[in-house]
Design a protein around this ligand. Structure first.
Ligand SMILES: [Zn+2]
Ligand SMILES: [Zn+2]
Length: 129
């Protein structure tokens, strides 16, 4: 079982299902939300147990982003039955590895992606860069 929390500890969670490898998303929404880019791991929303006061921001018609209203930590990106848990909020050891980059075509102009992992222009089932 995996556990995690926000910076202030007001929101704590556990994941009662496996997490997929970590995806780095460089889209403009993730960059604005995090200040850089988002690293998160997919699991099933039904497996996520949240304690404390979490706020949701509806960031697009189909997706919402969960954050702590006290410290601002960005914890979850949810779309339907799936949720991506931000890797930086997981308690170590996570046992996870970064696997690939998405929305690399939208990345910020102040850095390069140099780790040699697969890069996709947008979604991982689309054009590779
Ligand atoms: Zn907090
Ligand atoms: Zn994104």
């Amino acid at each position: 079982m995996t556990t995690g929390r926000c910076l202030c500890g007001g929101v704590q969670y556990r994941v009662e299902a496996p997490l997929e490898p970590v995806t780095a998303c460089h889209c403009s929404q993730c960059r604005r939300q995090t200040g850089h880019y988002a690293a998160s791991a997919r699991t099933e929303m039904a497996a996520l147990r949240i304690e404390g006061e979490l706020r949701w921001f509806q960031s697009s018609p189909q997706a919402r982003r969960g954050f702590c209203p006290v410290c601002g930590s960005y914890l979850f990106w949810q779309e339907g039955d799936a949720v991506w848990v931000t890797a930086g909020t997981l308690d170590p050891p996570t046992g996870l590895r970064l696997s690939h980059h998405i929305f690399a075509a939208d990345k910020g102009d102040y850095y390069e992606i140099t780790d040699g992992l697969p890069c996709y222009a947008r979604y991982s089932d689309g054009e590779a860069l």
